[in-house]
Design a protein around this ligand. Structure first.
Ligand code: SF4
Length: 335
């Protein structure tokens, strides 16, 4: 089966004239300068060597601040670096992330000429009050229009969202997810808002005007949103922030960061699944899941299994490759 691999190139916010209240890009990327050509090429080569040589779909991914806010000469310089790998078919495409208000028809033509396939927009929310309180500097309509232009120009569209932003709620986050679906995104990433030092959010948090979600609330909201997106076949590429030295150390002041966040969300999805099931009267049960879901069904730190063990004397988890996604069966076994 074809597996997807990204070669990430992080570009910090040097190009970004905004300061979203939650953002201190130097803390998130751990870099404060644009990487030079040699560093990018070395990273590409190293990643290519680490991937299997067949059955792979590789993209160079320019992540970070605001790619299309960089001077066009700098955009071209980075995109040029990817060209030999595209021509040699060592990579199959280029993706990048940028802001919705930095998308124009002219720039899309320019990006297409370099083989860019996918554009991810930091939508964050589609609620104008949330966007304003978060200092985003654009409205939901800007994101909708940019999404249209990207799709019309033939790119794959990704719309990234955040939960727990200032003024946000589960209902607003669910509406953001519905808009992501309606506006034609084929993929998304869900990032919980955390309080990083040296950001406006730090001041808001210290003054008491902002309270981040608890880890449990963030897991619950993400699980609910994941179900909506999954039903609409929007691929969720990531849930939770990338681990970094800063987030694991002194850079994080408060908020729902956990290096196993995605695993915890899948654990919650299975908990919800189990809560809606009919359970047999028995002492020993066997739960059968798809192989790829086995660990999630048992749960992060075996929480789902432990919960079931409060009711049953023995709980076994086994796999069956015929099962898909979170489908499962329960069997009563003799003692
Ligand atoms: S647009 Fe992106 S890089 Fe710029 S301040 Fe906001 S989050 Fe940071």
């Amino acid at each position: 089966m074809l597996r997807h691999y990204n070669i990430p190139v992080f570009l910090p916010e040097l190009a970004c004239p905004f300061r979203c209240v939650f953002c201190n890009q130097s803390s998130i990327t751990g870099r404060q300068q644009l990487p030079d050509d040699q560093a990018v090429i070395a990273s590409i080569e190293e990643h290519l060597r680490s991937f299997p040589s067949s059955d792979r779909h590789v993209e160079i991914a320019f992540f970070g601040g605001n790619f299309t806010g960089l001077p066009e000469k700098t955009q071209a310089q980075y995109l040029e670096l990817a060209q030999p790998y595209l021509k040699a078919k060592q990579i199959q495409g280029i993706r990048l992330s940028t802001r919705p208000d930095y998308v124009s028809r002219e720039n899309l033509v320019f990006l297409a000429s370099y083989g860019v396939r996918t554009i991810e927009l930091g939508a964050q929310s589609t609620d104008d009050a949330v966007l304003q309180l978060s200092g985003r500097g654009h409205t939901a309509n800007t994101t909708r229009k940019a999404s249209n232009m990207i799709i019309e120009a033939g790119f794959e569209l990704g719309l990234q969202m955040m939960i727990g932003l200032p003024g946000d709620s589960l209902a607003k986050a669910m509406q953001t997810a519905r808009d992501i679906i309606d506006w034609g995104a084929t993929e998304t990433r869900i990032y919980p808002c955390v309080v990083i030092r040296e950001t406006e959010l730090e001041n808001m948090f210290k003054k008491g005007s902002f309270q981040p979600l608890s880890l449990d609330e963030a897991i619950h909201q993400t699980a609910v949103i994941y179900q909506l997106l999954e039903q609409a076949r929007v691929k969720v590429l990531r849930m939770g922030l990338h681990a970094s030295e800063e987030l694991n150390g002194a850079g994080l002041l408060a908020g729902p960061y956990h290096p196993n966040f995605a695993e915890m969300v899948f654990t919650r999805l299975w908990k919800l699944q189990f809560e809606s099931a009919d359970w047999p009267e028995s002492k020993h049960i066997q739960i059968v899941t798809a192989p790829g879901q086995h660990n999630f069904a048992i749960g992060f730190q075996a929480t789902n299994k432990k919960r079931l063990e409060q009711r049953y004397q023995k709980v076994e988890f086994v796999t069956n490759p015929d099962l898909q996604n979170r489908a499962f069966t329960i069997q009563s076994l003799p003692r």
